[in-house]
Design a protein around this ligand. Structure first.
Ligand code: 5GP
Length: 179
């Protein structure tokens, strides 16, 4: 049974201006790293949509935007621990600079699935993983993102792309619910 929450149950963890400021800095860092080279962005639906859209606006290189859909979370607060590919149609990424953009790394299972998938299917020129949020405490794999914007504790967060049972993705800030 999913406990219903309302926006008044949410506390602000990262306000909109902090998110936007940090994302701009990440954009500048990525511009320096890729130095005008073509970049293929792989955004993981649905959670990283807001982050991806705001991040790419700061990127100056020729950029090819792609979306893939995986499933790992059921309803509510806990991970199912299994990652499934739901829609993973991608262009030929051999010899390309590839940046995977995720909303949050929790156990790291999704990130591991994606990185393994890339290595199995392509010989990319570079492969980097960037995540808006990093929950280090709950990691069950060795994976560390190459770039992250904020490290957070073991909290269930919503907003700015992240959902609770499909809702709250539209909030412009990251909020949390106390469970
Ligand atoms: P992982 O495979 O690293 O355990 O989890 C990755 C996915 O789980 C994320 O892309 C996200 O969809 C979901 N997830 C993990 N932690 C949270 C959280 O605190 N809030 C929400 N809404 N989703 C989360």
């Amino acid at each position: 049974m999913i406990k219903m929450i309302t926006e008044s149950d949410l506390k602000v963890l990262i306000p909109e201006d902090e998110l936007q400021h940090r994302i701009k800095l990440l954009g500048e860092e990525l511009n320096k790293f890729y130095n005008g080279e073509e970049l293929y962005v792989i955004s993981v639906l649905k959670g990283s949509v807001m982050f991806t859209v705001d991040l790419v606006k700061h990127l100056k290189m020729p950029l090819n935007m792609n979306f893939i859909r995986l499933s790992s979370y059921g309803s509510g607060f806990t991970s199912t621990g299994k990652v499934n590919a739901v829609d993973i149609s991608l262009p030929d990424l051999n010899d390309k600079n590839v940046l995977i953009v995720e909303d949050i790394i929790d156990t790291g299972l999704t990130a591991k699935f994606l990185i393994d998938f890339m290595h199995l299917n392509f010989k990319t020129k570079t492969l980097k993983f960037c995540s808006l949020l990093d929950k280090k405490e709950t990691r069950k794999t060795e994976i560390q993102p190459d770039y992250h914007c904020f490290e957070i504790g073991n909290q269930f967060v919503v907003g700015y792309g992240l959902d609770y049972d499909g809702f709250y993705r539209n909030l412009p800030y990251i909020g949390y619910v106390e469970v």
